[in-house]
Design a protein around this ligand. Sequence first.
Ligand code: MOS
Length: 712
Amino acid sequence: MSRRSIGEPIPRVDAPAKVAGQARYAAEFAPRGVAHAVIVQSSIAHGRLAHIDLGYAAEEPGVLGILTFTNAPRLPYREHRASPDPECGERLHVLQDAMVHFFGQPVALVIAETREQAEHAAQRLRIQCSVLPAELDVSFERGVTPGSCRGACSEFSSDTSRGDADAAFESSAARTEHVYSIARQNHHPLEPHATVASWDDDRLTLWTKSQFVGGERDEIAAIFGLPPDNVHVISPFVGGAFGSALRTWPHVTLAAMAAHVVRRPVSIILDRRQMSALTGSRPESRQRVALGASREGRLAAIVHEAVHETSRYEEYVEDMIDVSTYLYACPNVRTRYRIAPRDVSTPTHMRAPGEASGVFALECAMDELAVEVGIDPIELRLRNEPERDESSGLPFSSRSIRECYAAGAERFGWARRDPQPRSMREGELLIGFGVASSTYPAFFSTNARARVRLRSDGSVEVEVASSDMGPGTSTSIAQVAAEIVGVGVDRVQVRLGDSRLPPAPSHGGSQTLASVGTAVKAACDAACAEIRKLGGEGRSFPDVLRRLDRASIEATGSSDANQPSKEFSRHAFGAVFAEVAVDSELCEVRVRRAVGAYAAGRIVNPRLARSQCIGGMVGGIGMALMEETILDERDGRIVTGTLAEYLVPVNLDVRDLDVIFVAERDPHVNPLGVKGVGEIALVGMAPAIANAVFHATGRRLRRLPIRLDQLL
Ligand code: MOS
């Protein structure tokens, strides 16, 4: 029996449940007797709590308890770091002392019978604090080298160099050197962050929005001093997260703490404003990029320096500058990376962390260089195609960026572009075409396990603890299982999002299908081998099982035994094209259409992969033109904390988005040959739009989001 499933545009297997409202999200779990808690937040960026006056809050109807640093249980907060956590620094110990580290920090928790009662009582608290000077600036001057936890003489270096980039830059015939800035951005998934906690003696169950149930289990176990097996984390459906649900944030701890104190299950649902302060953000950043080239556009020097915010208590880092070491051929490259500690909550991974910001700076700089040397931006990039990854010296496992440029340019109609800025008009509209490269590492985790059960009725069950925050993981791994076992996808049932299932890596970094899919493949291969052993070649598994009178067999698999070769540099690549129309008087920018051409290895499900890429491109529109978490420079207050103030693309902002998958067979990248399409789609979009805005208007804007007041 053999059927094609991999490569088929199968609709989401969980679509009916989602559409019918049967898929349950974290906030919808309501164990018997559940109480509701509301977080009260600080209104200063830095200081010390002096006194919290409960006033009459405790006597308000329905109030079950109020926790502050004075009466909250002291928690062990044992050492533990999950992979998404910063390596240096210490996570916020919530309600454990009087210090305030950022605006919006939880300083009290009100627990009541209903959420409304808790909210009402929360407004009655009077909080007095002594204010300390707050540092809220992000500048190159203030940047420090990350790695404080490793000591001054550590091996860790965020500065890399090959050749002599500064000298090569100085002697280059063509040069461009500029600073590029990106505002802080928040993830703002549709589903709010929420946790429902319930204790049974010393065993804790958490229904929570999570991209990493295993990480949350271990972290909460460490915080409360429990054996990890005593913590059960359940997160069957996630309504978007974009990185905001990779870490364990304070509200998860607070829900568990509150449930312990009031001896009832407790639910905490964050509102939009709270999500802005309490679930991480893409850090505000500045980057300086200097490119030196010959008059023919051959790169001689790349200098890429970056600084971005972190909190004072943790060093959040991301790979913002790495891209400059491998995207182009260049003998002289120097990178420098710094973080600026600030009185804010710790930033986190968000939508292609690192590359999204770094590629914006590099790809805008490449566009500036193209203008400088008078060479078409695509041609400039093709002239600088490397033979191999020049940072490691390794060959790329595959790199089809030329094909991406060719296919994308053709579909987009790049040939119609008049290179002269401000030359393409339609009435009052200035039209601009922009292009940028995209790239993202093809990550692979060896920590994925999967269990598969073949049943005599012909059905297949796959179990793995991975989350599915929306890309369609349950569907794509059902396809992998269906193809290997030889059944239709409708016969496969996938169970995800439960820490008691076989462990999976965090559902992030575009690594899930490569890693979890490989474990599922290994489990299915093992099950099929077992069936052959039991029943000989050529017999279907239901047949074999029925003959043996067995209801089912089970097998497990792991990604560990299938590590990709270390002999290759593994990345996905793409080319993104955008057309903008800028009103010549009002300066309003519209993305009229965009084409993303991606080479991401094997595409397991073109329908879902396309949907992923459209989503990433929409995120790129937001990053380029709208999204901006603004802090009040006086006190760190988040000014744009709700979706009334924090702009995201809506239907009218999203016009014609087209996705091309360039065929790519990569036998080296991992056993499935997939590179992941989560993040790659977003990466090139913002620079393509910024470059299109320059082409339309002749104005080079080097700060995101590009706002019309900057264009006026
Ligand atoms: Mo993604 S930022 O790795 O969830």
